[in-house]
Design a protein around this ligand. Sequence first.
Ligand code: ATP
Ligand code: MG
Length: 206
Amino acid sequence: MTKGLFITFEGADGCGKTTQMKLIDEYLRGKGFRTLMTREPGAKGLGERVREILLNYDGEVSPACESFLFLADRAQNMDCIIKPAVEKGVIVLCDRHTDSTIAYQGYGRGVNIDELKNLNNIATGGRKPDLTIVFDIDVQTSQARVGEEKDRMESAGVEFFERVRKGYLEIAKREPERVKVVDSMRTIEEIHNEVVELIENAIRRT
Ligand SMILES: Nc1ncnc2c1ncn2[C@@H]1O[C@H](COP(=O)(O)OP(=O)(O)OP(=O)(O)O)[C@@H](O)[C@H]1O
Ligand SMILES: [Mg+2]
């Protein structure tokens, strides 16, 4: 593969993104592909400092400020980590990206979605993921998976997460070519098999 791929993992807290990303990373490496795992917030380097603020700051945070912090980390991740790797033929796996902003700050917190889309475009230079996998799960199950120890974002409440879930499903409806929804109420292995299929299809198209 001379041209790389940019794949994002999306869905509510506790849906299994990180679990599935690690499994597919191992699978792809086993097949001889070069891969790189990154995440938002918290891209390696500067992004880790931004993540610290976003997840642990305990004072008031305005919705716009929260959006800009996520976007700052995203710009850094795209320019310094994702783009250079994809250009070298690497399969980049990114834990959360632009759709998290639309789902959480847009649908969840009520920030204007068209404005967020414009800001996302500025942060990414308009580069969209080649494939986005949304891990869909009901709110009760995901909250149970997250457990008692919640960070600032995870503490937002059931209605907030209902809006986030609806947001992701809306995004998938609008961009069915890019965004694939995976039923994440199943076992880790069943979900992994579907992820393998989706990513192998994407590799074939490249
Ligand atoms: N299909 C599954 N069935 C049952 N438990 C699961 C499944 N997938 C993941 N888990 C468990 O649920 C918890 C959350 O999974 P994981 O950390 O992968 O979610 P996440 O989407 O990355 O969450 P976050 O958004 O908080 O980072 C973990 O303890 C994980 O082992
Ligand atoms: Mg995770």
